[in-house]
Design a protein. Structure first.
Length: 222
């Protein structure tokens, strides 16, 4: 890779985007594409242009959220939490129980276990931060839970021939589901506002998100 620095917000060779003058490198983007394909167990040759663009969008959004943390180590998972998260991922990858096969699978995506750990650490950190910032502001009302139960859950149970359960038995799960939905909506709004307030430039066109400065060097998009 050529120069790995961005000066005065200028997007230069080797830098695919900048977020408030902080660079996102071509290698960051390439690795994120590989990691996301691995997590979905999607062959790299099946990764589309849209997949690549969305991976860059998520890198930018992650940087915007990390910029909101006063301490870069804030809300990072503990070693045990990270170990458990990695173990969970391995259980979802066919054949990954064997260490040799696991390393071979990772290599097929251009990854190592260290890379995967770093991506998981960042993902959990950002998720923890979003939870702490947004969940206290969410209050799911009883009538919203009842409406979901009557209008969505009951019809689904009837269609599938599953036994109807009482509202009080599923109320905690419905409440959490609706809380997560509202958190997603709040996060979308928060990220939209952060994008509008930030100085973002990209060598890949990201409509309504960034200032577009040309696609040359955009891996896999030419």
């Amino acid at each position: 890779m050529a120069s790995r620095a961005a000066f005065a917000g200028e997007v230069i060779d080797g830098v695919i985007a900048t977020v408030n003058r902080q660079p996102i490198f071509q290698s960051d983007w390439d690795e994120a594409i590989c990691f996301e394909a691995f997590m979905l167990q999607k062959p790299l040759d099946k990764v589309s242009r849209e997949d690549r663009v969305n991976a860059l969008r998520r890198l930018i959004d992650r940087q915007l959220l990390k910029n909101q943390m006063s301490d870069p180590n804030y809300m990072q998972p503990s070693a045990d939490e990270l170990r458990n998260e990695l173990a969970r991922v391995r259980t979802q990858v066919p054949g990954a129980a064997d260490d040799v096969a696991w390393e071979r699978i990772l290599a097929s995506y251009g990854l190592t276990e260290i890379m995967v750990r770093e991506h998981l650490k960042t993902a959990v950190q950002v998720m923890n931060f979003v939870e702490v910032r947004l969940r206290p502001h969410l209050h799911v009302q009883a009538d919203e839970i009842e409406a979901y139960y009557n209008n969505q859950l009951i019809p689904e149970l009837r269609r599938s021939g599953t036994k109807i359960v009482a509202l009080n038995e599923v109320e905690p799960r419905i409440r959490e589901l609706l809380t997560q939905r509202h958190m997603d909506e709040m996060l979308d709004t928060w990220l939209h506002n952060l994008r509008q307030q930030s100085d973002i430039h990209s060598r890949v066109a990201l409509p309504a998100v960034t200032s577009f400065v040309g696609q040359e060097g955009a891996s896999g998009l030419n």
